[in-house]
Write a protein that binds this ligand. Structure first.
Ligand SMILES: NC(=O)c1ccc[n+]([C@@H]2O[C@H](COP(=O)([O-])OP(=O)(O)OC[C@H]3O[C@@H](n4cnc5c(N)ncnc54)[C@H](OP(=O)(O)O)[C@@H]3O)[C@@H](O)[C@H]2O)c1
Length: 512
């Protein structure tokens, strides 16, 4: 029996019988994200028998691209970027229902053509289709696309039924509070909140979802998860890469916008939120918003809560790496930070007095994303730090990437006739326990949006609350220009001004 015959997808069965027949329309379908992530995600969902049995894919963009050419490009994208090799039997089922519509993003007539195209697919199938719009264009055209989805009637199609239209919106979600509010206003003009899926692909990562399981499916953490036992929390999102050829984009963004305001704050919210009353999207997101609202405004004074820096020349992997100001497309006087560190105070019952330290940078010593929860030290009556007693604070760290897993630092006795101690590490690695072929974040997110589960997406008020916290920082930095900008050698763990943020509380950054 061929795999085609064995594979239940090919028999039109889906593990998610609840997913209505669906057409995904990708705006910006000729782009990088579509090729690298979205097409491979759709293919792998098909491979895993997770697409609805009646599934269509429509690419949309400004260039005239014949269906056959779009199909070829999509097939090449799978060959190049999918975590699994191309299985023609599986892909054939999708690709033969793949088409392309050309049109402008601000052209109402083109959206009427798109609506007619979708109606044509429904007519041929003889059934209604749920439409999932995926806006994968630069943010400058988010608003015209949304407005045209409204005026063409596509946004409100089947509203009130389970197969109503849905929209996924890529990041960045605004560049400050005003732009995020404006975008939310446009969205709300056209869609109801339950139809909207604002993406932060970090939430699709296995280890981020595991954070909820570790916190709420294990009894040993909950009693310790508060200010009595936790000394501090450090969240690191470190990249080895510099800006590469994306200097023009990065100059408008910087570390605070690119990483801290969105991904890192999602990690803060999931680490620190109260247990939700259920795992429903609204209950989880209510708790996240409550937590974000409890964060105190940041002190922007000289020894305040924020630090920023740019990478200078240094060594990466034994090779000389240029500083940010010498990179292609970068203004030599640039005041864009490639590193930001923040000290957060959460003013609620659980966390008062426990600093949350966040840092994110490019050209750092190692690519790593982790959440490290550092516990208070026990009283030193029996074992106090000395030459014999090498002791480290107990630290529970969630490795989000690249080596997904969980580790706990404990202190143990070194074997021998005299009592000496040394920190030891207990490790759980996803790849060792479950194998390494875990789904990509975009697979989970596309599937959840099709099913209508918004738990792993950002709600409008969540995005606004986070921007409210960081917009004053962005404004203060813009006003200060390069004043207060520190630097760090490429390949290092960051600048001195970020060390000073922790030193004020006698803390130091971990070297993950
Ligand atoms: N690439 C990634 O890894 C990544 C990761 C996370 C988030 N994102 C976000 O995902 C979205 C898409 O990213 P991408 O890298 O695929 O973008 P992209 O390749 O720059 O653009 C996607 C498509 O949008 C259209 N487009 C580009 N510039 C435009 C403009 N100025 N006005 C109107 N249309 C334009 C083009 O299609 P046509 O010319 O065919 O219309 C292009 O192929 C962005 O919002 C990005 O921030 C990307």
């Amino acid at each position: 029996m061929s795999e085609a015959q064995r594979h239940p997808f090919l028999q039109g069965l889906s593990k998610h019988r609840g997913t209505p027949p669906t057409v995904i329309v990708i705006f910006g379908a000729s782009g990088d994200l579509t090729a690298r992530k979205l097409i491979p995600a759709i293919y792998n969902l098909g491979y895993d028998n997770l697409l609805p049995s009646d599934f269509y894919l429509v690419g949309y963009g400004r260039k005239e691209i014949p269906d056959a050419e779009f199909r070829e490009v999509a097939t090449s994208a799978i060959k190049e970027f999918s975590r699994r090799e191309l299985n023609n039997d599986v892909w054939q089922q999708v690709v033969e229902r793949t088409s392309y519509v050309a049109g402008g993003y601000d052209d109402p007539e083109a959206f009427k053509r798109l609506a007619a195209h979708i109606a044509g697919l429904e007519k041929k199938l003889g059934r209604e289709l749920q439409t999932l719009f995926y806006i994968s264009t630069p943010p400058s055209v988010f608003a015209p696309i949304l407005l045209n989805l409204g005026s063409s009637g596509l946004a409100s199609k089947y509203l009130g039924q389970p197969n109503h239209s849905k929209v996924i919106i890529e990041k960045p979600f605004g560049k400050d509070l005003a732009s995020a509010l404006k975008l939310n206003t446009t969205i709300r003009q056209v869609f109801e909140e339950h139809q909207v899926y604002r993406i932060d692909h970090y939430l699709g990562k296995e280890t981020v979802q595991d954070l909820l399981v570790q916190r709420f499916a294990n009894s040993i953490f909950e009693p310790l998860w508060n200010r009595r036992y936790i000394e501090s929390v450090q969240i690191t999102v470190a990249e080895e890469v510099g800006v590469g050829t994306r200097g023009g984009y990065y100059e408008q963004s910087g570390a605070l916008r690119d990483m801290i305001q969105n991904h890192t704050m999602q990690l803060v919210a999931l680490t620190a939120m109260e247990p939700p009353v259920s795992l429903s999207a609204e209950d989880v997101r209510d708790e996240k918003v409550k937590l974000l609202k409890a964060i105190q405004p940041l002190n922007l004074g000289p020894s305040g809560d924020v630090a920023r820096a740019q990478y200078a020349d240094g060594m990466m992997g034994g090779k000389q790496a240029p500083g940010y100001l010498s990179e292609e497309g970068i203004n030599p006087q640039s005041a864009t930070e490639t590193y930001a560190a923040i000290r957060l105070s959460i003013n609620n019952w659980r966390w008062q007095g426990v600093p949350f330290y966040l840092r994110s940078g490019k050209r750092m010593a190692r690519r790593v994303t982790e959440i490290a929860v550092q516990f208070k030290r026990p009283p030193g009556t029996l074992f106090a730090e000395s030459e014999r007693f090498n002791l480290a604070p107990n630290t529970l760290s969630f490795q989000i990437q690249p080596d997904e897993g969980l580790s706990l630092i404990l202190n143990g006795k070194v074997p021998g006739l005299e009592t000496r101690t040394q920190p030891v590490k207990m490790n759980f690695r996803y790849s060792a326990t479950f194998g390494s072929n875990t789904p990509e974040a975009y697979e989970r997110l596309v599937l959840d949006a099709m099913i209508g589960d918004g738990t792993l997406f950002i709600r409008g008020d969540e995005a606004e609350t986070s921007w409210k916290l960081y917009t004053p920082v962005l404004e203060a930095w813009a006003a200060a220009g390069r004043e207060g900008m520190d630097s760090y050698a490429a390949g290092s763990w960051g600048p001195a001004n970020a060390d000073a943020l922790l030193a004020a509380n006698n803390h130091v950054w971990r070297q993950p």
